[in-house]
Design a protein around this ligand. Structure first.
Ligand code: HEM
Length: 238
């Protein structure tokens, strides 16, 4: 669980940093999305992510079951079990289920455009999928912002426990290293949660970066990914 969990946390960190391009503007986010889409490592990475997510969920369910099986006849009273332990395992199962439901909704919403996303089909002036336009249009809706923020806070609760227990699960027991790794873990998790919670709110409040695209003449002043998009668009229009 710890190894797959760490892999998923790395994905969340990279995904959150990539999403921040929306604060820079249309060119930055759309060029980044196109770069991802055309990357030959996209499908291997997607399959790896799916395997990690599936394994993590399956191990979580198996762990909850084996905890129950360890005591086939239930205790007459569970009152001797520390309340904190009972609440924690219930919290992990509940928040885990919410994250699973969020990921299914999120893929249908932003990746496939199959639910509640009227702006999925739009393209920008350079003929790319307008991911910026889609995200901004969606985060103008207070219900979508509210549900993303709620899901991100529950993700934060799930990760908070992960940050406490992963060293124990991995069997690392050096006091100094433990303290340092726990602090690093907590810092990474805080960055992910703060980034993910604030992004929909910032966009809702109007902090979504520049909506305009660079022109051919200004192409020399933009980064290499934007340059490639501009060159492609110029080639296509010839
Ligand atoms: C505020 C938070 C988030 C925003 C704004 C966001 C935004 C997006 C967008 C725009 C896409 C589609 C990209 C494209 O079509 O080019 C996407 C894909 C995806 N997101 Fe998120 N996301 C957020 C949080 C999350 C979280 C918390 C998870 C996981 C628990 C997640 C998992 C994914 C996955 C698996 C994909 C599909 C990647 C692929 O195409 O292979 N996202 N996200």
């Amino acid at each position: 669980m710890a190894v797959t969990g760490l892999g998923l946390i790395m994905f969340l960190l990279v995904h959150m940093i990539g999403n921040l391009y929306v604060l820079q503007g249309r060119e930055a986010l759309n060029a980044y999305a196109l770069w991802l889409k055309e990357n030959p490592l996209l499908w291997p990475a997607r399959l790896g992510l799916l395997a990690f997510f599936g394994l993590h969920t399956w191990l979580g369910i198996a762990l909850a079951r084996s905890n129950r099986k360890a005591r086939p006849t239930d205790y007459a009273s569970r009152s001797h079990e520390p309340l904190r332990v009972r609440l924690l395992s219930r919290r992990m199962a509940l928040t885990g289920l919410v994250i699973l439901a969020f990921v299914v909704f999120h893929l249908l919403h932003f990746t496939l455009g199959a639910v509640a996303n009227e702006s999925y089909e739009i393209e920008d002036a350079l003929g790319r999928h307008d991911v910026y336009g889609m995200v901004v249009a969606n985060f103008r809706n207070p219900w979508i912002v509210g549900s993303y923020v709620l899901a991100m806070l529950l993700l934060g609760l799930h990760l908070a426990h992960a940050g406490q227990s992963f060293l124990q699960t991995l069997g690392i027991r050096y006091a100094y290293a433990n303290l340092m790794l726990k602090r690093v873990g907590l810092a990474v998790i805080s960055v992910i949660v703060i980034g993910n919670v604030s992004l929909p709110i910032l966009v809702y409040l109007g902090f979504e970066g520049s909506a305009s695209l660079p022109t051919m003449e200004a192409g020399a002043d933009v980064g290499p990914i934007a340059q490639r998009s501009l060159a492609k668009a110029a080639g296509a229009s010839r």
